[in-house]
Design a binder for this molecule. Structure first.
Ligand code: NAP
Length: 292
């Protein structure tokens, strides 16, 4: 890496930030594509308004935003992409003349993970486990793909209800064919009452995340027997207990590493106005595999 006076600076803000894999991904992309830019972590625990103003005045060209700032950051921006606004969370900022503009590439990254695995949600029964920020992103990605049903399962049912309300409003505003009966909510203890089979399930809770590797949000075997495909957004450990349960019941299981790589690739594309070749994205994935 040859940093000089013209090198464009990018970075990530969050708290904690020490564990982030984003600098490895972005700096690899710049090296592989011969783009003169550098990406650094910024631990952020001061005033968010001052942080954004400082980054902008220093001409930082793009910023990723991670926990806990993805929602709070929106009020500091010059504008927000429509889908990110509906999700209510932003993870990518691009420098513009009118301030930073916000996007949600978690939604785009998960969509690309599905595309690359050949998974279609159209007409399928989809289950979202969790109702935090990642679950919201997953739910919006899903509703755009015309599933037959979408069920949001969360310990705090009110948070699942909030997502349902936002999805219904977004579907109505954008003429997406999702009605009251198509979007359901429930608590994990009621999972037995799911009536269909062949589910595509997205595991979007923290349960099973390293070091809590022996935990799974659902401990009901009959749910796994009805699950054809399970996508765990967690990527550390590489194989979660949720993924093992899906696979043991005969389903196909995926972790969240591709989503992580593709959300970064999508941000990189937005910042640089390019399309990252698939083989370069796959190289990044190989670089990270096993390093989680
Ligand atoms: P979050 O906003 O804090 O949401 C956490 C979710 O997990 C909530 O639904 C919460 O339920 C549930 N939960 C936590 N502990 C629980 C427990 N003991 N029992 C039952 N439910 C529990 O977190 P997030 O940002 O959505 O992230 C969730 C996961 O997604 C993390 O593991 C993160 O690593 C992963 N993620 C991956 C990517 C990727 O690129 N692959 C991107 C973003 C996030 P309550 O609402 O009831 O509290």
């Amino acid at each position: 890496m040859n940093i000089n006076g013209k090198t464009a600076v990018y970075g990530i803000i969050g708290k904690p930030i020490e564990h982030t894999m984003s600098p490895a991904i972005h700096n690899h992309l710049s090296q592989a594509l011969g783009i003169d830019s550098v990406y650094v972590p910024f631990r952020t625990d001061g005033n968010l308004e001052d942080t954004v103003r400082g980054l902008y005045s220093l001409g930082v060209q793009g910023i990723n935003v991670t926990v806990p700032y993805k929602t709070e950051i929106i009020k500091e921006l010059g504008g927000v992409d429509t889908l990110a606004g509906a999700v209510g969370a932003v993870n990518t900022l691009k420098y513009t003349e009118n301030g930073f503009y916000g996007y949600n590439t978690d939604v785009m990254g998960l969509e690309r993970e599905l595309d690359s695995e050949g998974i279609s949600l159209q007409g399928r029964h989809v289950v979202i486990l969790g109702a935090g920020g990642a679950a919201r992103a997953a739910a919006f990605m899903c509703i755009l793909k015309s599933p037959a049903t979408l069920t949001i399962v969360n310990r705090t049912k009110a948070k699942a209800e909030e997502i349902r309300t936002s999805l219904l409003a977004y579907a109505k505003e954008n003429n997406i064919g999702a009605g009251e009966k198509d979007i359901r909510t429930m608590e994990p203890s009621d999972i037995n009452s799911l009536p269909e089979s062949g589910y595509i399930a997205f595991q979007c809770t923290n349960v099973g995340l390293y070091p809590d590797v022996d935990s799974c949000i659902i401990n009901n075997d009959s749910f796994f027997e009805k699950t054809e495909t399970g996508i765990d957004l967690i990527y550390k450990p590489e194989t979660t207990l949720f993924m093992k349960k899906v696979a043991n019941a005969g389903g196909k299981a995926y972790n969240g590493l591709k989503m992580l790589v593709y959300q970064a690739v999508c941000a990189y594309e937005i910042w640089n106005g390019i399309s990252v070749p698939r083989n370069v994205a796959e190289d990044v994935q190989r670089l990270l595999a096993g390093k989680q």
